[in-house]
Design a protein around this ligand. Structure first.
Ligand code: S3P
Length: 449
């Protein structure tokens, strides 16, 4: 999907307490990986709880274009019959990854060690994002890439006929870069090594092990090192995708700032490489309770209860926590606006190259809602106005970014006056049921388009 339909303007109004159970959809990161590794295994992988958001559906179509059989059995239930490591066929047409950086970058890695040629594109947001961070290490492995200026899509990649294993230190904290190199390394002989300064989400490593690959993760002087032994035979798996902590963040944070709220979000993934938001919220004084912690499908999960927390205080978010909450800064900045004092979020330059420049998008929108925000090159500080202290009454630009759109709709639920987002359409990329789910809890949204 290179573009979604006409803009869907939407307004959130302040209203009553939020109560009930919020069953958020499957984890986006794990869903992409389940489809891609399923396509690289020999035999049939069965997936339940797959996120059926546009991003993941685009990845499913891409896997079919590379020769896998991808079939839907029912809601969230999918089967992938893979072609084996090195077995990708050449797609007949352009691969359109829509809005998804994760999709395009992981797929580029997965095809880079097979001698086929594929052309990738996406929507206006994805076409503006840097791909050199992926094609640089893939070139070391022997893949060739030709794209637009600045390493942007559309881009054509020809995979290596004789791939070399690489030993690569990622220049930025990025699970997408790490994962692309590891996926490419699957069809290289010998050991592919990735070293990262800060540990990023490790779903690829966990899932590769589940499929039978040898993957060793260790702490080294430079940070974290992952070593993959190439050319495994990946065995098909049965995968239950946990619910997405990044999607859970929206009803949870809404409950914290809307007076009287009490919301339960069951069965959310709490992999430590993803749970940084919840640590930050607890430091701010949020009333969060993790019930029934357990492990499911190789990932830690729990049920999370969130209640209105009128006395939250601003904090300095430790920059080293950034990889574990990189997608949650937009919604954290909304919570920060309803806390007392300043919340400092530094060391997050990566936010500027997400689906939008998220530092600028949040700073601009929060200022329009009456909140003081100081912006630096690598982060921002939100000067909180305390519970009920945000004026609202603004129309903000979502910039084709699902998390910006959801963050400002949550803001509008607790502000003094409504907040309108110019386009709620992109929410469907990661959280297709967001509006009905929030409405069932008590949110007052109106479609203005
Ligand atoms: C993701 C990694 C992160 C994150 C994205 C999903 C993944 O991106 O922002 O939403 O699934 O690997 P980076 O690797 O660019 O930090």
């Amino acid at each position: 999907m290179a573009a979604h339909g006409p803009a869907q303007m939407m307004t959130a109004r302040p209203g009553a307490a939020l109560t009930g159970t919020a069953e958020v959809p499957g984890d986006k990161s794990i869903s992409h990986r389940a489809l891609i590794l399923g396509a690289l295994a020999v035999g049939e992988t069965r997936i339940t709880g797959l996120l059926e958001g546009a991003d993941v559906l685009d990845t499913g179509r891409a896997m079919a274009a590379f020769g896998a059989q991808v079939e839907r059995d029912g809601a969230g239930a999918w089967r992938v019959r893979g072609v084996g490591v090195g077995g990708f066929a050449e797609p007949e047409d352009v691969i359109d990854c829509g809005n998804s950086g994760t999709g395009v970058r992981l797929i580029m890695g997965a095809m880079a060690s097979t001698p086929v040629t594929a052309t990738f594109t996406g929507d206006a947001s994805l076409r503006s994002r840097p791909m050199g961070r992926i094609t640089d290490p893939l070139a070391l492995l022997g893949a060739r890439a030709v794209g637009r200026s600045g390493g942007r899509l559309p881009m054509t990649i020809t995979g290596a006929a004789d791939p070399l294993p690489v030993d690569y230190a990622t220049p930025m904290a990025s699970a997408q870069v790490k994962s692309a190199v590891l996926l490419a390394g699957l069809n290289a002989p010998g050991q592919t090594v990735v070293t990262e300064r800060a540990a990023t989400r490790d779903h690829t490593e966990r899932m590769l092990r589940g499929f039978g690959a040898e993957v060793v993760s260790e702490t080294v002087a430079e940070g974290f090192r992952i070593t993959l032994t190439g050319r495994p035979e990946l065995r098909p798996q049965v995968i239950a995708v946990p619910r997405d902590p990044s999607s859970a963040a929206f009803p949870v944070c809404a409950a914290l700032i809307v007076p009287g709220s009490d919301v339960l979000v069951p069965n959310i993934g709490l992999n430590p490489t993803r749970a940084g938001l919840y640590a930050s919220l607890q430091e701010m004084g949020a009333d969060l309770v993790f019930e029934n912690p357990r492990e499911e499908g190789g990932e830690p999960v729990a049920d999370l209860r969130a209640r209105f927390s009128p006395d939250m205080k601003g904090i300095v978010v430790p920059p080293e926590r950034a990889p574990a909450m990189i997608d949650e800064y937009p919604i954290l900045s909304v919570v920060a606006a309803f806390a007392g004092g300043a919340t400092v979020m530094a060391g997050v330059h990566e936010l500027r190259v997400k689906e939008s420049d998220r530092v600028d998008a949040m700073a601009t929108g929060l200022r329009a809602c009456g909140v003081r925000v100081d912006e630096t090159e690598d982060g921002f500080t939100v000067h909180g106005r305390g519970a009920g202290g945000v004026a609202g009454g603004a129309k903000v630009a979502a910039r084709l970014d699902h998390r910006i759109a959801m963050s400002f709709l949550i803001c509008g639920m607790a502000a003094a006056r409504p907040v309108t987002v110019d386009d709620a359409g992109p929410i469907a990329t990661s959280f297709p049921g967001f509006v009905p789910l929030m409405t069932a809890l008590g949110a007052q949204f109106s479609d203005e388009s």
